[in-house]
Write a protein that binds this ligand. Structure first.
Ligand SMILES: *[C@@H]1O[C@H](CO)[C@@H](O)[C@H](O)[C@H]1NC(C)=O
Ligand SMILES: *[C@@H]1O[C@H](CO)[C@@H](O)[C@H](O)[C@H]1NC(C)=O
Ligand SMILES: *[C@@H]1O[C@H](CO)[C@@H](O)[C@H](O)[C@H]1NC(C)=O
Ligand SMILES: *[C@@H]1O[C@H](CO)[C@@H](O)[C@H](O)[C@H]1NC(C)=O
Ligand SMILES: *[C@@H]1O[C@H](CO)[C@@H](O)[C@H](O)[C@H]1NC(C)=O
Ligand SMILES: *[C@@H]1O[C@H](CO)[C@@H](O)[C@H](O)[C@H]1NC(C)=O
Length: 406
């Protein structure tokens, strides 16, 4: 079976203000987005594991960890398990809910975005020329409502134990939990941010008719595993930066090929809240290598990526081996894989000719043939939403949904 993402290689990808604020009106194009910042407690029951791996408390440790886990003769993570960790906790998740200023036929459809490793919710809501680059703006322009959240351990979300708490099984249940809260119309009422609950206008308080998930990279991976465990929660999905393929022959990008620094050492002010086990992609060169393609690279966006990058927890890497992509036979909604043609991270630089229909169908046998599809965004790298041609890609994604009644 081909890989969707190389193992021990889920590098990166984005920061948020720490205070809840009243609805803001960031007028851009024709439709205006009204947004409210939320802090949502999400109860999680999941099974994690404790892994034998070096501690990361400095940038020297970060490199030592990288070499340790990629040493050819070393044990894989499954073989490093030393115990089971039963999680039964409530984690606080930071999120932004945006709705179109005018009621539209699509306003009942809620999109929920999950960013990849290295980025927070800003990945989907680029602040550099948002009219052109923000996916949130593009979706609002078509009339959708959209919830963008920070994955556990990033942005305004809680930053718990990076080894034992921040692992794939917990992130799957957080996404499922948030989706259930949204489904029941309780996003606003469950939020702990007082100004959101006390002062948000009525349009934020709605019962979605349909829910669509949009992921990027590791976020798409979490989404995919959520469909295995909770096939009935959503009505449609687009996985960006995730690609069913069969390139065993190529050498997938390995965590040894890019550098992590200990987050707090790398930027003691910006990453002050990040303790042991949180590291961050070191600089713009690393971000370029993993996420950009020169043909569609705007230096301002590379600088922006560096300014919004987010730390990663080592537990996200150590839980990969034990949580491979698995079939989601009961998921029946439409699904598109949307990938940059020259994605270095997922396709070792060239995605043409390697899509595996067989693998995709093996994962999603319940999806109608015409509803399971892929799209290669020309001349683009792993971070398609940070490329100069991003907005043309959003048209392709949003048409895919619209065509299917979403
Ligand atoms: C990797 O780290 C573990 C401790 O977590 C240690 O037992 C092992 O010897 C190290 N492996 C190498 C190759 O350094
Ligand atoms: C990891 O190691 C265990 C035990 O050595 C082995 O059974 C398993 O197949 C390995 N997994 C992978 C993904 O290589
Ligand atoms: C989780 O904790 C709650 C309260 O402590 C308890 O009622 C519940 O049974 C626990 N759930 C599991 C699956 O252990
Ligand atoms: C509440 O939000 C409205 C905009 O929706 C704003 O005009 C008003 O000043 C806010 N009130 C408070 C107390 O923040
Ligand atoms: C990418 O791979 C395809 C299929 O092998 C090939 O036709 C194409 O020339 C390659 N593109 C580049 C830029 O190498
Ligand atoms: C921009 O993206 C659109 C949609 O994928 C595509 O049709 C077009 O060819 C792209 N333009 C360039 C210059 O790559």
């Amino acid at each position: 079976m081909g890989g969707i993402l190389p193992l021990v290689s889920l590098g990166a990808l984005f920061l948020a203000s720490t205070t809840a604020s009243a609805p803001t009106d960031s007028a851009t194009a024709s439709a205006t987005k009204l947004c409210v910042q939320l802090q949502i407690p999400v109860p999680v029951v999941a099974t994690n594991y404790h892994y034998d791996q070096p501690q990361v408390d400095s940038s020297i440790d970060a490199m030592d960890w990288t070499v340790n886990v990629t040493t050819w003769s070393s044990s894989n993570f499954t073989a490093r398990i030393t115990g089971r960790v039963d999680i039964n906790k409530t984690f606080e998740i930071g999120a932004q809910l945006c709705v179109p200023s005018q009621k539209t036929s699509k306003a009942g459809i809620l999109q929920i975005t999950t960013p990849g490793l290295g980025f927070g919710r800003e990945y989907f809501d680029v602040e550099v020329d948002p009219r052109q680059y923000s996916y949130v703006d593009a979706a609002i322009n078509k009339g959708y409502s959209i919830l963008s959240y920070d994955r556990l351990g990033t942005g305004r979300s809680e930053k718990p134990d990076a080894y034992d708490d921040v692992q794939i099984p917990v992130e799957i249940e957080i996404l499922a939990g948030l989706t259930k809260i949204a489904r029941s119309g309780n996003l606003l009422s469950s939020s702990k941010a007082p100004s959101a609950t006390n002062n948000a206008s009525a349009e934020f308080d709605f019962l979605p008719t349909k829910i669509v998930h949009i992921g990027h990279s590791f976020g798409s991976y979490i989404n995919s595993l959520m469909l295995t465990n909770h096939p009935d929660l959503i009505d449609g999905a687009i996985f960006t930066g995730l690609y069913p393929n069969n390139i065993e022959a190529t050498d997938p990008l390995n965590v040894l090929n890019y550098n992590h620094a200990f987050a707090k050492e790398s930027d003691p002010v910006r990453f002050a809240e990040y303790g042991s086990g949180y590291f961050v992609l070191d600089n713009e060169e690393t971000l370029q290598k993993l996420f950009f393609q020169k043909a569609t690279l705007d230096p301002a966006l590379l600088t922006y990526a560096e300014s919004i990058k987010q730390p990663e927890a080592v537990g996200e890497y150590s839980s990969e081996d034990g949580n491979p992509l698995a079939p989601a036979p009961d998921y029946k909604g439409p699904l598109m894989f949307f990938v940059g043609e020259f994605d270095n991270f997922v396709c070792n630089g060239n995605c043409s000719g390697i899509y595996s229909e067989a693998f995709a169908r093996q994962l999603y046998p319940g999806v109608a043939i015409d509803d399971l599809t892929y799209y290669l965004q020309p001349n683009t790298g792993h971070a398609s939403m940070l490329s100069t041609n991003a907005s043309a890609g959003y048209e392709v994604m949003l048409e895919f949904l619209d065509f299917r009644g979403l």
